[in-house]
Write a new protein. Sequence first.
Length: 301
Amino acid sequence: MDHRDAHDLGLAHDLKTMTRLASRRRALGWFAGASGAAMLASCDGGSSAAMSASAGGTEASGATPTPSPAATAAPTPAATGGSCVADPVETNGPYPADGTNISSGITSNVLTAANVVRSDIRSSFLGSSTATAAGVPVVLTLTLVDVNAACAPLAGHAIYLWHCDRDGKYSLYDLPAESYLRGVGVTDSNGRATFTTIFPGCYAGRWPHIHFEVFSSLANATGGRYATLVSQLAMPSAACGTVYNGASGYTASIRNFAGVSLSSDNVFGDNSSAQIAQQTPAMSGNIADGYTAVAVIGIAR
């Protein structure tokens, strides 16, 4: 499936689009509570209530940090004497479901759903569907650090993670009845949030990737305020080759992956080698048992 639409037309187009979206979300951040939510719905030409649970950000803001299993927890650069770089800003793409665009004529915003905070994002959680996305399991631990404070971990931040399924399709857009492969984690005292998901497929024109947005707090994430960082993770080439050629259900990804490269990708192509290294998770495991992956996300505060 070819996803090269208005949000995949190159860096210059993306920057203009991101500027407009960022400006709108900053404006929304000046308003509190229901007035901000109402403004968001009117700007997007639809009702966010149709896609969200009634609890909203107030109840969700009391959530505890997402647990990070010791087996997959990534040490912060500060703890190991290493270094970190600021992750580059990337487009949130055409399928974010973060309140910045519409799907099926209504505002698509999973961030206002009461149960969006979850570590296992493989199942749908909105509407009547509880379908689980099929694919090779991946346990991904992200460590959020402050690049301007010796890579110190950032606790209490929210990370919204989403990506396509093994067929290269996105829930709520390509699959309007599904809401899987989306969720929010809250970083613990070590700056870590862990998600259980699947290995994403590769669709035509893009390097295999995972989207994420970082918010300074869960209240900001669920309250319609703008993200501190919008970026993407690049899946490791070796793991892509192994999964696509060896796991069932990824047949279309074999051909699509053969036609892309990091250097030609319209998101990752202009990044430095240091940025690409940080955006690429370190992975271990196999198809039968699943993979564990770790990555550091650098924030310049």
